[in-house]
Write a protein that binds this ligand. Structure first.
Ligand code: HEC
Length: 204
């Protein structure tokens, strides 16, 4: 009798060793209080004839929340207002982190007019296109995470106002970390927010 019981236990123990501990995303993440409201930075120089356009652009950039992603420390911690809109070293996951411990991560880049680390070399059209259609300098793929769908209907006048305002900013030199492909561990902290579909319910 004793031996029979023991024999039954052996396969159970082996099974437990063969299966990895289930991935629990709650162990890897903590909830943060996303309460930061960010003012858009004041332009460095505005030609008098552009004052109205640039003021409109500043209003739109505040309204559309560009700084919440494009400013370091705005997603978690304290925003670094000296480098407002100069990009974020805190990333945003673009694949489902509840399925994969190492999701793909992007970093909202520097959108001040710095020529090497920002959008100083982009044309007006390229900037407007990136905001309204998510097509940037990433080849044919759309910009990830940024809610360009919500910006798609921005009028031409407003798009030029945003471009005029971004160009009026002090160029800040700041390179954000490179994108992290899914499956690679990010060495920078990141947050995730997104839309996830619930799994299909099985029969019954
Ligand atoms: C929810 C976060 C978020 C918001 C809000 C947001 N962006 Fe972005 N933006 C990003 C991320 C992330 C990228 C880069 C994604 C990638 O590499 O695919 C990006 C890319 C860009 C780019 C392309 C720059 C480059 O170097 O590739 C521009 C231009 C840009 N954003 C401008 C804006 C403007 C203007 C606004 C406000 C109207 C805005 N963004 C709002 C997250 C955001």
């Amino acid at each position: 009798m004793k031996i029979r019981k023991l024999l039954l236990l052996v396969p159970l123990v082996l099974l437990a060793c063969a299966t990895e501990a289930p991935f629990d995303p709650l162990i890897d993440y903590e909830e943060v209080d996303a309460m930061t409201i960010i003012d858009a930075p004041t332009p460095a120089y505005v030609a008098p004839e552009n004052a109205e356009l640039v003021a409109r652009g500043e209003y739109l950039v505040e309204l559309l929340g560009c700084g919440a992603c494009h400013t370091d420390g705005a997603l978690i911690g304290e925003p670094d207002m000296r480098r407002s809109l100069a990009g974020s070293a805190i990333g945003i996951a673009y694949t489902n982190p509840l399925d994969n411990r190492n999701p793909g991560v992007v970093f909202a880049p520097n959108i001040t007019p710095d020529r090497d680390t920002g959008i100083g070399r982009w044309t007006d059209n390229e900037i407007a296109e990136a905001v309204r259609s998510g097509l940037g300098r990433h080849g044919p793929r759309r910009i990830l995470v940024m809610p360009w769908q919500g910006y798609a209907k921005i009028s031409d006048d407003d798009a030029w106002a945003i471009v005029g305002y971004l160009r009026s900013l002090e160029p800040v030199e700041n390179m954000v970390p490179a994108d992290v492909p899914e499956g690679t561990r990010s060495s920078s902290p990141y947050v995730h927010f997104g839309v996830y579909r619930s799994r299909e319910l099985g029969p019954g």
